[in-house]
Design a protein around this ligand. Structure first.
Ligand SMILES: C[S@@+](CC[C@H](N)C(=O)[O-])C[C@H]1O[C@@H](n2cnc3c(N)ncnc32)[C@H](O)[C@@H]1O
Length: 265
C-alpha cells in the first residue's frame, strides 16, 4: 500500500477509535486487511479504500474488528479480581445498597462475567443483599453479541475454579453457559471511548478499563481518564491493565495500588 493510502487508513482508524497504528504494525495491519479484501471479493487495497470511503458507516465497524485485538480471558490479571472482591465486600458490609460497575472495552465478555462472579461471591460470603449491576461496553458489536450469549467453550472457561464453574455455569453440549444469576447483573452496550460525554449515568463505584488505552495516544488516554474520573464515586476505583500506567496524565486521578486509581481529592 502506498504511504499516502496507509496514512489515510490509519488516520481513519484513529479518528474513529483512538487506536494508534505505529509504522512497525504496518505488516500486521496489511495481513489482516488482505483477509477482509478477500472476504469482500475486492481486487486490491485501492479498491478497498474506495469501498471504505463509499460505505464508511458500515465498513468502519468491520475494519475496526479486523484491526483491533480482542484477546481476553477469565481472571486475566487475577490480582484485580482479588482487589474487586475485597472492595465490593467492604462496600456491602458498609451497607451500600446500590453498586454500579462499568467494564469498558469488555471484548468477548470474559472480564465482565469474571466481575459478575466476583460480585456474586462478595454477596454470598457476606450473606447480605445489594443491588449490583455491571455495564459491559465495547466499540465492537461483534464481540458484544458474543458476550451477550454468555456461552464459552470448555478451554476458555479453564481459568475459572471448578466450584465456581459449578455454581455459575450450566454445561450445554460441552459448552459453558452463564447462569441467570450472572446474566441478570449484566447489560451489554456499544460505547466508543472516544465519544464523550460517555452515555452513562453515574456515579460508578468501580471502572475496569484494561488493555485498551495502551492502543491510544497520551492525549486521548488523558481525555478518557478524565471522563472516568467525572463518573467515579468518592470511594470509587478505576482499574487499568497491569502494563498500563496513567503517570503524567494530569490531575484527575491518583494512584492507589498496582494499576488502581481513584479520583484526585
Ligand atoms: C485487548 S481487548 C481488552 C479486553 C479486556 N478489557 C481485557 O483486558 O481482557 C481490547 C478491546 O478494546 C476494544 N476497543 C478498541 N478501541 C475502543 C474504543 N475506542 N472504545 C471502546 N472499546 C474499544 C476492542 O474492540 C477490544 O475488544
Amino acid at each position: 500500500m502506498k504511504p499516502a493510502s496507509f496514512n489515510y487508513l490509519r488516520k481513519t482508524i484513529h479518528d474513529e477509535s483512538g487506536i494508534v497504528i505505529a509504522d512497525t504494525k504496518k505488516a500486521m495491519v496489511m495481513a489482516r486487511l488482505a483477509k477482509r479484501i478477500r472476504t469482500l471479493g475486492l481486487g486490491n487495497e485501492d479498491d478497498y479504500l474506495e469501498f471504505l470511503k463509499k460505505n464508511k458507516e458500515t465498513e468502519l465497524v468491520e475494519l475496526l474488528d479486523v484491526i483491533s485485538t480482542n484477546v481476553t480471558r477469565f481472571y486475566r490479571e487475577e490480582q484485580h479480581f482479588d482487589f474487586a472482591l475485597e472492595y465490593l465486600t467492604n462496600l456491602i458490609n458498609d451497607g451500600t445498597q446500590r453498586i454500579r460497575i462499568w467494564c469498558a472495552a469488555s471484548s468477548t465478555g470474559e472480564e465482565p462475567y469474571t466481575l459478575a462472579i466476583t460480585a456474586q461471591e462478595a454477596l454470598r460470603q457476606t450473606g447480605k443483599q445489594a443491588d449490583i449491576k455491571i455495564l459491559a461496553t465495547d466499540i465492537s458489536p461483534t464481540v458484544l453479541a458474543f458476550a451477550n450469549r454468555g456461552v464459552y467453550p470448555q478451554q476458555r472457561i479453564e481459568p475459572v475454579a471448578s466450584d465456581l464453574k459449578k455454581r455459575y455455569f450450566d454445561v450445554i453440549d460441552g459448552d459453558y453457559k452463564a447462569k441467570d444469576i450472572l446474566r441478570k447483573m449484566l447489560v451489554f452496550k456499544r460505547v466508543n471511548l472516544m465519544e464523550q460525554p460517555f452515555p452513562l449515568k453515574g456515579p460508578i463505584d468501580l471502572i475496569f478499563c484494561r488493555n485498551v488505552m495502551i492502543y491510544f495516544n497520551s492525549d486521548d488516554r488523558g481525555k478518557v481518564v478524565k471522563g472516568f474520573a467525572k463518573l467515579l464515586t468518592q470511594k470509587g476505583r478505576l482499574i487499568v491493565g497491569l502494563s498500563e500506567s496513567l503517570n503524567g496524565l494530569g490531575d484527575t486521578v491518583e494512584r492507589d495500588g498496582a494499576s488502581i486509581y481513584r479520583r484526585q481529592s
